[in-house]
Design a protein around this ligand. Structure first.
Ligand SMILES: [Zn+2]
Ligand SMILES: [Zn+2]
Length: 265
């Protein structure tokens, strides 16, 4: 079974030409799961030639607009964009407690397609620390992160798949243990050590978690463009003590899973 992880968007709250808001695609077996759906997602899916109509699941880490702002556009496209056909396959949205309420309120503002798009839409609220099986192919585990009240990191495991995505976090959490032994560690590294507060990660904390996890490949993401322009963020993470493979996320970055396979890219 082939699996692939693709960066659809790796941006922050800062608008930039190179990428939209946070959004990643995990394809494994019958699962085509979007992890977060930030602004710009639906257009970038088209730019990257991704089968946007084939998305089976949307997994949300938290409710900040740079992670969920693309939801109405994607739902509207899935509702009306397949003419003359209509989608029939179900879509499941997995998100923290409060996800159902957010969709209901979006439906009040924008239209009923947000909760009744004309195909089966299931909204599954997941509690931190819980585990769920996605379409019999991928095991989803979550843990609470100190970014917002509802924010969660995601761990996804299946045949050849061992991916952890931090969403937005903060240092006061055991992300190293949560990500232990993962093949691909997609870790936010928003700001420099001297600027970061309690609700984001920096090279020092990213290196600490990646080292504790013994991550196979560390993918740095959600880096503020001002920080990226001023510093070599990969070098800072190495200098902070992580000696494993480290790359910087960019729109369209895509890798077969597991990442260690010879010739995979
Ligand atoms: Zn964010
Ligand atoms: Zn956030």
């Amino acid at each position: 079974m082939s699996a692939r992880f693709t960066v659809v968007g790796c941006g922050t709250v800062v608008p930039e030409a190179a990428t939209g808001g946070s959004s990643y695609l995990l394809e494994s077996g019958s699962v085509s799961a979007l992890l977060d759906c930030g602004p710009g997602t639906v257009r970038t899916l088209a730019v990257l030639g991704i089968d946007w109509a084939g998305i089976t699941d949307i997994l949300l880490t938290h409710f900040h607009t740079d992670h969920v702002g693309g939801l109405p556009g994607l739902l509207f496209s899935l509702t009306h964009g397949l003419l003359p056909d209509r989608r029939t396959r179900p879509l499941t949205v997995w998100g923290p407690p409060g996800t159902r309420s957010m969709f209901r309120r979006l439906a009040d503002a924008l239209g009923p397609y947000m909760v009744d798009p004309g195909f089966p839409l299931e909204i599954s609220e997941i509690k931190p620390g819980s585990s769920h099986t996605i379409r019999d192919d991928v095991l989803l585990t979550t843990t609470s992160t100190p970014h917002t009240e509802e924010s969660q990191a995601l761990r996804l495991e299946g045949e050849g798949v061992s991916v952890v995505y931090t969403g937005d976090s903060g240092p006061a959490v055991e992300l190293g243990a949560f990500a232990a032994g993962c093949d691909l560690f997609v870790c936010e590294c928003s700001l420099p050590d001297e600027l970061v507060g309690a609700n984001h990660l920096s090279p020092r904390t990213t290196a600490k978690f990646a080292t504790e996890a013994s991550a196979g490949l560390l993918l740095l993401t959600h880096v503020y463009p001002q920080f990226r322009a001023a510093a070599d963020v990969v070098a800072l993470v190495r200098a902070a003590g992580f000696g494993g493979r480290t790359e910087l996320a960019s729109e369209g970055w895509s890798h077969a899973l597991p990442t260690g396979e010879a010739g995979a890219a």
